[in-house]
Ligand binder design. Structure first.
Ligand code: ADP
Length: 294
């Protein structure tokens, strides 16, 4: 089983001619309210990949429809709690040029309490996995507690911040980063130098670097595994990384062959980039298998 201590956001997406200017009042041509947040997306990807996934997080009591969306996707929401704090949310302007501009408010995502963490980890057994992103509070606390209980820890330091560098990263079993996050962490933009840094600084941590349209590479002390991305017509790369992480972990947790785990994750994220949206673009296992059989 896997327990994801993750963000749940409401994405308010406004289609606009141009980004609103200082002092301007701008009418939006279209509005959509969508479930988002890296945490929720990764839980949905794990559920669609067929994993027993429990999400831990908080939302405002008036937004329980978001919890229903998670449940419908197959995510166990026993530890998704209500609060009076506004839910985490993003105000997203999408301009006619295709560019976006985003205001993010963490809100309830930063209210993980010791009590909720303890409850959620109470039923876990050694060998179970814990997953986190950098959109909640209490990351160091969860890593420490998971270590004490001999649980495996996967961490996706996204979005990257300076504070990530002071986390007990050596206690993480699997670190998943994209090129931007890898560069911020290692101080180099050269893949070989990044690998050297990870092997030196985090010798006991398996590291996945996702390389966008180039593919993904797993770095471990037993050797490296690279897989190329699938060639597809990308329409919207939102949630590509989240889809990759969910599908990769689903296989890796079962100790499947690393090359197979990466291939499946690349296939799932390739399907996701051909579709518009975040959570709604994550394919089911059947869809991924059909894509691989093409
Ligand atoms: P993030 O979305 O976190 O920035 P990446 O851009 O590295 O992460 O994408 C994650 C994975 O999604 C890649 O490893 C790749 O398998 C897949 N992917 C991303 N962009 C494309 C693309 N244009 N074509 C095919 N696959 C892609």
């Amino acid at each position: 089983a896997i327990i994801n201590f993750g963000s749940i956001n409401i994405d308010h997406v406004y289609q606009v001619e141009h980004f609103v200017q200082p002092g301007e009042t701008l009418a939006s041509k279209q509005y959509q309210k969508l479930l988002g947040g890296k945490g929720a997306n990764q839980s949905i990807a794990l559920a669609k990949a067929g994993t027993d996934i429990k999400h831990v997080g908080l939302i405002n009591e008036s937004d329980f429809s978001m919890k229903q969306s998670l449940i419908r996707a197959g995510v166990d929401c026993k530890y998704v709690r209500g609060t009076e704090t506004p839910s985490g949310h993003a105000i997203i302007q999408v301009a006619d040029s295709g560019e976006n501009s985003i205001i993010l408010f963490a809100g309830a995502n930063h209210e993980l309490s010791d009590d909720l963490i303890r409850q959620a980890l109470d039923g876990a057994s050694p060998g179970d996995w814990v997953l986190m992103q950098n959109e909640t509070n209490a990351i160091a606390e969860v890593i420490e507690q998971a270590n004490e209980q001999k649980l495996k820890v996967a961490f996706n330091p996204a979005p990257m911040t300076e504070s990530v560098k002071s986390l007990p990263l050596h206690k993480i079993d699997l670190l998943i980063v994209n090129e931007v996050e890898a560069e911020a962490l290692t101080g180099t933009d050269e893949l070989e130098a990044m690998e050297g840094w990870f092997k030196q600084e985090l010798p006991d941590t398996a590291v996945i670097i996702t390389l966008g349209a180039k593919g993904a590479k797993l770095i471990t002390n037993a050797g490296n595994t690279f897989a190329e991305a699938f060639s597809v017509q990308a329409v919207d790369t939102t949630a590509a990384g989240d889809t990759f992480i969910g599908y990769f972990l689903a296989g890796y947790m079962q100790e499947s062959e690393p090359a197979q785990c990466i291939r499946k994750a690349c296939a799932a994220s390739a399907v996701a980039v051909t579709r518009v949206g975040a959570a709604q673009s994550i394919p089911t296992l059947e869809e991924v298998e059909a894509f691989l059989a093409e």
